[in-house]
Design a binder for this molecule. Structure first.
Ligand SMILES: [Zn+2]
Length: 529
């Protein structure tokens, strides 16, 4: 039987050392059946084969975003995108435009709001009530730990003052005791969002499909999803059944110190649930928070005296639970940002029997002694160089100010970890940062984000080369689970045709690089005309 799809005349970078380049490939039933010269590939085709001519295409394996929140991001990422909006006047202009779009009485939503846009002023809904117009409004801060509502939304929700919550949530109030509209943490945010229209399952699936299409359009064919549980698995199953899961998803199920033994037993019992495009035999632990707010776990306190505690109050409990999932055959990803948290996770992984198959997420502060341990212990480092966009070379940002000069030298050392021989996986943490891998490819090499004015590289770590960066988005991500992410005969037909080779064009050119064609499991998921 002939191939379904074939591409001729392209420059194909396979990321496979046995056959680094090819000029044609053919695909059947989601797999690569021929890869090499035009003559070799033509032998697999007949009149039924869809032929793509790629004379100025540069093909690479499909990109894998090694850390993101696909479904949660699709739900929260509605309405106004406040990414990089830096002042209140621009915020108001966006609100006015959105009110026009949704009409009077409709809900204005938004996400990725940067605290700095308030210009150092405490949020109060009076600042934006006029701009938000007639109707409710609620938007999320970029870290999703805070939301901001207008007066109308507070009225609809019946929020008139402070409340007590079982968790650390706070409805912020002004000097008169009235709510300002700033809602800190989940329960406070839910006090308002519980009164917003509830999306139907069909609506939610529509949002997921939209996000998946948008990710395919920038070259993403796989992701490692870092949150979720059985509900997420059900949604992935529904997407796949509807033929809409054009993305391979390795789901890391969420666990924290409050997860009870029955829930753990249940996750372990259902470890082998999987579809043809998704798996659920991975876990996500979180040992600390973030540096900017003083919740990262540090060897020495930060400049405000914070950073002294882990997220799991009982470290023995943390280690026991990690071990339980290790013994049950799960792949583990642990969020560890502060130098102490990173060291403690490495210490814990080191005690596990057998070959390591685990990873650490973020690794934002790690001295050279810790950097060297990743390769030795075969622990993968999952890093997001695009997060350098919130660090300033002059160290006036909250991240640098908290850590202080000395520790800033060791900021996000992806190049140093990679150079030590460890496996580095790259990603975005979307919706925290944009998922467009072209931005991450730039930041990984230049060590500053493409959307900042100051073009000095940050920290003392070396940058990654173009080829190392592409490996971080392809073969390295696949190798965590023992898979071969290169293009090879018999392998999955996941590939992208770019306007130039992202591994060897200058990073400045990668940011706008055309994505001509994205193929996932042999299906064309994106194509420009
Ligand atoms: Zn995350």
């Amino acid at each position: 039987m002939a191939a379904d799809l074939a591409v001729f005349g392209a420059r194909i970078r396979t990321m496979n050392s046995a056959q680094p380049f090819a000029e044609a490939l053919a695909v059947k039933d989601g797999r690569i059946v021929a890869l090499g010269s035009a003559a070799q590939v033509r032998a697999e085709c007949d009149a039924s084969t869809v032929i793509q001519s790629g004379s100025d295409w540069h093909i690479t394996p499909g990109l894998n975003d090694g850390h993101q929140h696909l479904l949660m991001g699709s739900q929260v990422g509605r309405g106004i995108n406040f990414d990089r909006v830096s002042n209140l006047e621009d915020v108001r202009a966006l609100l006015r435009a959105e009110r026009k779009r949704v009409g009077p009485g409709g809900w204005i939503q938004g996400f990725a709001f940067e605290y700095a846009a308030l210009g150092g002023v405490e949020y109060h809904h009076e600042l934006i009530d006029e701009a938000a117009g007639e109707g409710p409004m609620l938007f999320h801060a970029l870290d999703m730990h805070t939301a901001f509502a207008n007066g109308e939304a507070l009225n609809i929700a019946g929020v008139t003052g402070a409340r007590r919550f079982a968790d650390a949530s706070i409805i912020v109030t002004d000097s008169t005791g009235a709510p300002t509209g700033e809602l800190r943490e989940m329960s406070a945010i839910n006090a308002v969002t519980d009164h917003a229209p509830i999306p139907t399952e069909a609506e939610k699936l529509g949002w997921y499909e939209e996000t998946i299409r948008a990710q395919n359009a920038v070259g993403i064919t796989s992701i490692h999803q870092m949150d979720g549980g059985q509900e997420t698995i059900d949604a992935l199953r529904a997407l796949e059944a509807a033929g809409q899961l054009n993305l391979r998803v390795r789901l890391h199920q969420w666990i924290d110190a409050k997860t009870d033994p029955e829930a753990i037993a249940d996750i372990i019992a259902r470890r082998d649930q999987a579809g043809s495009m998704w798996t659920a035999n991975s876990m996500k632990f979180m040992l600390d928070g973030v540096i900017d707010t003083g919740t990262a776990w540090l060897e020495e306190p930060d400049t405000h005296g914070n950073g002294t505690d882990p997220m799991w109050p009982d470290m023995d409990h943390f280690r026991r639970t990690l071990r339980q999932f290790h013994d049950a055959g799960f792949y583990i990803a642990t969020h560890a940002i502060g130098d102490r948290a990173v060291r403690e996770v490495l210490d814990a992984y080191e005690t596990f029997p057998g070959e390591s198959r685990h990873r650490i997420e973020h690794v934002e502060a790690a001295p050279p002694t810790t950097v060297q341990r990743f390769a030795r212990q075969k622990v993968s480092a999952s890093m997001q160089p695009i997060h350098l966009r919130w660090i300033n070379a002059d160290m006036t940002d909250p991240w640098s100010e908290r850590l202080g000069v000395h520790r800033c030298d060791h900021a996000m050392p992806s190049g140093d970890i990679n150079a030590s021989g460890a496996n580095v996986i790259l990603g975005s943490d979307w919706p925290v940062a944009p998922y467009d891998p072209r931005l991450g490819i730039f930041a990984a090499q230049r060590r500053y984000a493409p959307d900042v004015d100051d073009h000095r590289s940050l920290g003392k770590s070396r940058g990654l080369t173009g080829l190392e960066t592409l490996a971080g988005y392809t073969i390295n991500a696949a190798s965590v689970t023992g898979q071969d992410g290169s293009l090879h005969v018999g392998g999955p037909a996941d590939f992208v045709a770019w306007g130039a080779d992202p591994a060897d064009c200058v990073p400045e050119d990668v940011v706008e690089l055309p994505v001509n064609l994205t193929v996932v499991a042999g299906r064309i998921a994106h194509q420009t005309v």
